[in-house]
Design a protein around this ligand. Structure first.
Ligand SMILES: Cc1cc2nc3c(=O)[nH]c(=O)nc-3n(C[C@H](O)[C@H](O)[C@H](O)COP(=O)(O)OP(=O)(O)OC[C@H]3O[C@@H](n4cnc5c(N)ncnc54)[C@H](O)[C@@H]3O)c2cc1C
Length: 469
């Protein structure tokens, strides 16, 4: 196809390398311009003006703009509703085609349908491409030609189908970028302030360069991944989720780099990347999960947890140290280790009997790597309401989990220094110690650290009753 000018709309793919839509745009048109829209339909819903994700996106966009300038072009940034802004820009710039990479969230699909319909009235084609995943929802089916509902057969099918053609590198022909002088009237730099936000501190750097650095750091230690990935204090996981979420790295690049590595570490990590695809597939093919349980029979559970309990969980004041350390650290940084996500989610649902959707929404509000598919999948897994979820009768014991995954209480001590005086044995549940031990540890339960909000064994029997009903 030969077009004069293509507009490449970037969304959750904030990079220039190995970029499918940009590659295709450069193939099909003589000149290509890139645009990013600060979407007011999303931004207006955010409650915190110093939102970390907005900061992360803003900084990544700034770097991308500079990279484009180095190539002689620039990034057009707009602020508004993309359903209006994209067609308007396409018309103003006399574009012949608009291209982008596909997004599988229900709201994004609706948005793209609206944009496509508006562009159609203007005779401008809208072309979308697969980029965010190796296999899209409909590319892997079971023998009955239905979507998988269980992870292991999905993974087996994924492994069977994977082939070089699915992780090709798409290097755009940057010579096709429209020179800056031609797009200058449309380059209106937006500051954080202009879009209504304030700077916030990020615990790691934004941008494509930082993503590459983080990837190479991780690949150097990937061999330790399998053994230590569940121990939060070891910090051996890749910390790439935020870069993957905003597309600062291409999933194909990751697969190219590890698919041939047969080490246990690399294989275990590949499995996690397949979990990511599994939940993307679930959201694409079962969009009802975004607002209700995957298994309809669990939609009617009447969760009896109180608002007070929910608040204690949010603030890290439950009296269960590993849960509290995870939540306090999360509130301070926007990050949480996978094992801790599982422990805190399970605690909220199965110990405090609070509806999993409240926890899901709290994570969605503060997680730097928030991704609807993975967050919803993770919560439904922990709440036993989802696809291939943890069976409802298997309930994490928060104290045993703490002993197993933070054996010397390293993570707890780092986040809750008032508990540091307890022994490796007592730190997991200091409420069970006597006054003398507490005095020695210089931490009185009820004064320096909260009493446990609930009794795990009692709550366990209550939640089992709830599920049985
Ligand atoms: C309740 C709950 C909520 C979660 N919410 C999110 C979320 O909003 N965004 C998010 O990216 N992940 C989420 N996860 C999955 C997982 O916790 C994070 O992806 C992981 O902790 C990110 O750290 P990492 O990059 O060091 O992971 P690594 O262990 O290095 O894994 C590599 C990559 O694989 C993917 N991945 C790993 N585990 C999972 C998983 N269980 N499900 C889906 N993808 C996975 C991520 O993209 C991750 O970056 C959630 C898990 C649970 C239990």
């Amino acid at each position: 196809m030969n077009f004069e000018r293509a507009l490449c709309w970037i969304r959750r793919d904030l990079r220039l390398s190995d970029h499918r839509a940009l590659f295709e745009a450069c193939q099909m048109a003589k000149g290509v311009a890139l645009v990013f829209v600060f979407d007011t339909t999303i931004l207006e819903k955010l409650k915190d003006r110093d939102d970390r994700r907005v900061n992360f996106i803003y900084q990544s966009i700034k770097e991308l703009d500079q990279n484009l300038k180095d190539l002689g072009s620039g990034l057009i940034t707009l602020y508004g509703d993309p359903r209006i802004e994209i067609p308007r820009l396409a018309r103003q710039m006399e574009m012949d085609v608009v291209v982008c990479n596909r997004d599988y969230e229900p709201i994004s699909k609706e948005r793209d349908e609206t944009v496509e319909a508006t562009l159609r009235t203007m005779d401008i084609p809208f072309k979308t491409f697969k980029d965010q995943v190796i296999f899209e929802g409909r590319e892997l089916n079971n023998q009955k030609r239905q979507a998988y509902r269980v992870f292991t057969p999905y993974k087996n099918a994924w492994m069977k189908k994977i082939d070089k053609e699915f992780f090709l590198e798409y290097t755009p022909d940057y010579k096709k970028l429209i020179p800056i002088k031609e797009i200058k009237p449309f380059l209106k730099p937006l500051s954080l302030k202009k879009i209504g936000f304030k700077p916030s501190s990020l615990w790691f750097s934004a941008g494509e360069v930082s993503a590459e650095l983080q990837l190479s750091r991780f690949l150097n230690q990937i061999d330790h991944y399998k053994k230590n990935r569940d121990i939060p204090s070891k910090e051996v996981t890749s910390e790439l989720s935020v870069y993957l979420r905003f597309g600062l790295l291409s999933i194909r690049q990751l697969i190219r780099q590890i698919i041939e590595l047969k080490t246990e570490g690399a294989q275990a990590w590949l499995t996690e990347l397949i979990w990511r695809e599994f939940y993307q597939m679930v959201l694409d093919r079962f969009p009802h999960v975004a607002h209700s349980t995957f298994k309809p029979e669990y939609n009617s559970i009447e969760w009896s947890g109180t608002e007070q309990m929910f608040k204690a969980w949010c603030r890290g004041q439950t009296g269960y140290p590993l849960v509290d350390a995870a939540m306090r650290n999360f509130n301070a940084t926007g990050r949480m280790h996978n094992r801790l996500r599982m422990i805190t989610a399970s605690f909220l649902v199965k110990d405090l009997l609070v509806d999993w959707r409240k926890g899901e929404a709290y994570f969605a509000r503060y997680l730097l790597d928030f991704d609807l598919a993975a967050n919803n999948g993770g919560w439904q897994w922990c709440a036993s309401t989802g696809c291939d979820a943890q069976p409802w009768f298997r309930i994490f014991n928060p104290v045993n989990q703490s002993k197993r995954f933070d054996p010397q209480g390293k993570f707890i001590r780092k986040v809750i220094p008032e508990l540091a005086g307890f022994s490796d044995q007592d730190i997991h549940f200091p409420a069970s110690t006597n006054q003398e031990t507490q005095k020695k540890a210089d931490c009185l339960i009820g004064r320096d650290y909260p009493h446990p909000t609930v009794d795990h064994n009692l709550q366990r029997s209550l939640v089992l009753e709830l599920f049985k009903k």
